[in-house]
Design a protein around this ligand. Structure first.
Ligand SMILES: [Mg+2]
Length: 124
């Protein structure tokens, strides 16, 4: 079974970088450029994991994660935060976000974290 990921980031360059990275690993990749678009997409797709940027216009990653997890508590969300955002990180984890990764991240490290999290979910 192919893995499916939703990448949510307002920066086109970040979306494109991550999209190429996971497509190379044969993942099905969906993208959204803000929280509102992510929420709209979640009605029609069921990704194994969501990579969610924190700082975005229209609706930020924390608010979007809270809304998504209200309706789909089983979804795995990894949030990408800025260094030192302890407040946001705590709120995200409280809402059910599985993990927070600090930007800028090493993409090979991110890839490994995502793969490990998806494999762990499948074992359960
Ligand atoms: Mg951003």
């Amino acid at each position: 079974m192919r893995h499916e990921i939703l990448i949510v980031d307002d920066q086109k360059g970040v979306r494109r970088l991550l999209e190429e990275l996971f497509k190379k690993d044969d993942w099905i990749v969906h993208t959204a450029s803000d929280g509102l678009e992510a929420i709209a997409k979640i009605d029609s797709i069921t990704p194994h994991i969501i990579l969610m940027d924190m700082k975005m216009p229209n609706m930020n990653g924390l608010e979007a994660s809270q809304k998504i997890l209200e309706n789909h508590p089983e979804l795995t969300i990894v949030m990408m935060t800025a260094y030192g955002e302890m407040d946001v990180i705590k709120k995200a984890l409280d809402a059910g976000v599985k993990r927070c990764i600090t930007k800028p991240f090493d993409i090979m490290n991110l890839r490994q974290v995502v793969q490990q999290m998806v494999s762990a979910e499948q074992v359960q």
